[in-house]
Design a protein around this ligand. Structure first.
Ligand code: MG
Length: 450
């Protein structure tokens, strides 16, 4: 029967039976009420969401706490966008919280999907970090409720511990060598190496006397020139291979701050020294160069700490143009999208190397490690020591031993937050912190990518 004819016939039958159009809509309303009343029948609910901003070490950390109507049952998630902490705080408190209060915290996927589109405009670092804070907290709640560590809910361990790398930086080749030797003596097998370029500020290592003293203190640009850097880094690798041999795995982060053609030359020049990977050779705006780079060198490539949107990495993965995905879990929206990304990478032999520097909270590191330990195509995890203050504020920080991260069997993420102690480490809001990235300049005074 034609659809309209069917409707007209039903309408005619109803009206001749004495129903009004308004009454015909009632069954739908009743179904809606039934759904609402089942939601209000004493099941688990989100009762409060709050942000905790704290700075027990150098980075401003943002942690989201999701509370439920079950006594003592709550979750923690990392929402750390350290450069714009107050905007994430607002996104959680003013927008996500009223949207999610009263909802079922066990509906993790549905919460992610509906929250993601709740602003209509989406995929940016502020909203993604806010969403990550909630998402990780819901996974934490699920684990605590089940009495199981999160890794069991993610499919169980693929390995006993998580292999890591640390950062060796120095103002000279000798300092870098000494730092690598120190990490190797502690059991590390992978070390990222960065060295200062004389007279310039360099990512990961700062040369002395590299700020312009003729400008006000809070407005001094750091001077950066790409050519001396791309000439020096192959010399650093040659030096390290001569001093350290071939056993230690060496990594390097270009930090996407040089023109693509120079990055291609640099990655080719490093090939004889067999880096474990070279990270972020291009900026996210220049991903079209990866196809050309792949044709030029077999040096393994890691990419992605600035990625926000799946469309930034899907083609790089499916076309096998990178070897490691480097995204920052909270930057793409938390554990839910990162777990899918890891599985997507598996089909293309791309390994994971989640971002794990100081501006990932201990809660975020715990999320990284739960995912690492359950991911068959895990590659390596960027690691850091947690300061004594961080360990006090976040009881249950992951442990580093012999170059591996180890997880406890505590339920959920296995990490706690001492909110009272966190208040003793308030975040710093004033410059120069917020000016750091935007003040990077070429020698002629022009702005350049950080
Ligand atoms: Mg990096």
């Amino acid at each position: 029967m034609h659809r309209r004819n069917w409707f007209e016939q039903a309408l005619f039958s109803a009206m001749t039976a004495g129903f009004t159009l308004n009454e015909m809509a009632q069954p739908k309303l009743i179904a809606q009420d039934a759904r609402n009343s089942s939601l209000d029948s004493g099941k688990l609910r989100i009762t409060n969401i709050k942000t905790v901003l704290t700075q027990p070490s150098s980075s401003r950390l943002i942690v989201v706490k999701v509370e439920t109507n079950e006594p003592e049952l709550y979750g923690l998630g990392c929402a750390t966008f350290t450069q714009r902490a107050r905007t994430v705080e607002t996104a959680v408190n003013e927008y996500l919280k009223p949207f999610l209060i009263g909802k079922d915290p066990t509906r993790i996927e549905d919460t992610w999907q509906s929250s993601f589109v709740s602003s209509y405009w989406r995929n940016g670092p502020v909203l993604n970090n806010a969403l990550s804070g909630v998402d990780m907290a819901l996974w934490d709640i699920l684990g605590k409720r089940a009495g199981l560590p999160l890794y069991e809910l993610l499919g169980g361990k693929c390995r006993d511990a998580v292999d890591t790398y640390r950062h060796a930086s120095g103002s000279s080749f000798a300092e870098v060598t000494e730092s690598v030797n120190k990490f190797m003596s502690e059991g590390y097998r992978h070390v990222r190496v960065q060295a200062a370029v004389p007279g310039l500020v360099t990512y990961g290592a700062r040369a002395s006397g590299d700020v312009r003293s003729d400008l006000p203190e809070n407005n001094r640009p750091d001077i950066w020139e790409p050519r001396p850097y791309v000439q020096m880094i192959p010399q650093l690798f040659e030096h390290l291979r001569q001093e350290l041999g071939d056993q230690v795995e060496l990594l390097h982060d270009v930090h996407e701050r040089i023109p693509p053609i120079l990055a291609m030359q640099l990655v080719k020049d490093l090939e004889p020294f067999h880096p474990f990977f070279v990270e972020d050779p291009f900026s996210p705006e220049d991903v079209g160069y990866f196809r050309h780079l792949r044709a030029q060198t077999t040096t393994p490539i890691a990419m992605g700490e600035l990625f926000n949107n799946p469309n930034e990495f899907i083609d790089l993965i499916k076309d096998r143009l990178i070897d490691f995905i480097r995204v920052h879990l909270s930057q793409i929206g938390g554990l839910t999208p990162a777990s899918k990304l890891a599985s997507f990478c598996e089909y293309f032999a791309v390994r994971t190397a989640w971002h794990g520097p100081g501006d990932v909270s201990p809660v975020g590191h715990a999320a990284n490690i739960h995912l690492d330990i359950t991911t068959p195509n895990f590659g390596i995890q960027e690691a850091r020591e947690f300061s004594t203050a961080e360990q006090d504020v976040f009881p249950g920080c992951p442990e580093l031993k012999n170059g591996y991260y180890w997880l406890s069997d505590r339920p959920g993420l296995g990490i706690e937050l001492d909110e009272q102690l966190a208040k003793r480490f308030p975040i710093t809001d004033e410059p120069p912190f917020s000016l750091q990235w935007g003040n990077l300049r070429r020698a002629d005074g022009s702005s350049t990518k950080p």
